[in-house]
Design a protein around this ligand. Structure first.
Ligand code: ATP
Length: 354
């Protein structure tokens, strides 16, 4: 069942087109992550759904009820939406417990729910504190607890974990996701963190300059980005130039299959390869070989940067390996590519330039 539907929503602030014809549909119980560079319209999108912005055009519907269109604008407090703004503002004159209980009714139920929410965000025993006695990350967690306490069926979270350290962030992500799933909430999560988006959400929307450029499940978004900007924005990407013929490309890495949906023939395409698609090994004199230029270690994995004799227009080739890097700078390695690759045609650009 469709929980939330946006149709052609636009919003302009003076010279800035913050939202441009945004259309989205979200099924009940799904979590949608919204990713995009700073200023692309993510917060405006959430504020429009919550009712704090008045879109210039388009419609917003929840459970089939129109919240906004050319004729209707339901006030924010009537929308029954849990909204945690970026700054997570708490009521400064109320204790933590009273902040959490703000939207609840029934005194017995209230106390129990406040304790549950404090436990959820890992802040048991701190209900008596005032907001100014909390750190930024703690305030953010209480704002989250306050929004979830009334068990809203639609929850909007604007970078809820941004003020938390890495360990707490990943623990809280899991718990919040489980809590939201348990109450069957439909969620939109705005984040700058692509790992957070890919790991938490059922679907991910990528925004650019007010437009929603792609909405897909995390695997499809990562494997089949709609354009090169999305490819570089979500994850690491190595791009190289090659012609495509009959759905495959002949390269020194061997014959590569282009992903379905890509053009099957084009004179010149930009090919996108993810770092984990490159496989390196001891040079065997048969496969392409390259020299490791540098390695960067991230703990769970490492990136190795290498140069081959035939770079295919790639500035650098990035190879991901699990754990510690298996080769060092200066080593000679063989390079192969596994799996299908995305191909973005370059014909128009080249013809225009000619
Ligand atoms: P960030 O990731 O930095 O939070 P964002 O993607 O959430 O950014 P928005 O806050 O939605 O972006 O802003 C989109 C654009 O609209 C920006 O250029 C911003 O400066 C502009 N904007 C947002 N609110 C207003 C406002 N009230 N008045 C004028 N311009 C605004």
């Amino acid at each position: 069942m469709t929980k939330l539907q946006l149709r052609n929503v636009s919003k302009r602030f003076q010279q800035v087109q913050a939202l441009q014809d945004v259309s989205l549909a979200l099924e009940a119980g799904q979590m949608l992550a919204v990713l995009g560079p700073s200023g692309c319209g993510k917060t405006t999108l959430l504020r429009s759904i919550a009712g704090f912005e008045f879109p210039d055009a388009g419609s917003i519907t929840v459970d089939g009820e129109v919240l906004h269109d050319g004729k209707t604008h339901v006030r924010p407090e009537k929308r029954r939406i849990g909204y945690v703004p970026q700054s997570g503002v708490l009521f400064p004159h109320l204790t933590v417990a009273k902040n959490i209980a703000f939207g609840l009714s029934g005194s017995q139920h209230k106390a129990k729910r406040v304790s549950e929410m404090l436990a959820l965000v890992g802040m048991e025993g701190l209900g008596g504190r005032m907001p100014h006695e909390l750190s930024g990350g703690q305030q953010q967690r209480i704002a989250l607890a306050r929004a979830l306490a009334p068990e809203p069926s639609l929850v909007l979270l604007d970078e809820p974990f941004s003020a938390l350290d890495a360990g707490l962030r990943s623990a809280l992500r899991e718990e919040v996701r489980a809590a939201l799933k348990a109450i069957g909430a439909t969620v939109i999560l705005v984040t700058h963190d692509q790992e957070e988006a890919l790991s938490m959400a059922d679907r991910v929307a990528v925004m650019r300059e007010g437009c929603c450029v792609q909405v897909a499940d995390p695997v499809s978004l990562y494997k089949y980005p709609a354009d090169l900007c999305v490819a570089h924005f979500v994850g690491e990407a190595t791009t190289l130039e090659a012609p495509v013929a009959n759905g495959s490309i002949e390269t020194l890495f061997g014959r590569l299959q282009v992903a379905s949906g890509c053009p099957r023939n084009c004179r010149l395409a930009t090919i996108m390869v993810r770092p984990e698609q490159f496989i390196v090994g001891q040079p065997d004199g048969q496969q392409v070989s390259g020299k490791i230029v540098k390695t960067v270690y991230y703990g769970h994995d490492a990136l190795m940067y290498l140069k081959t004799d035939a770079q295919f227009g790639a500035d650098e080739i990035r190879v991901r390996v699990m754990g510690a890097p298996t080769f060092s700078a200066g080593d000679l390695v063989s390079v192969a590519v596994s799996g299908d690759v995305m191909a973005y045609p370059q014909e128009e650009k080249k013809e225009q330039a000619a």
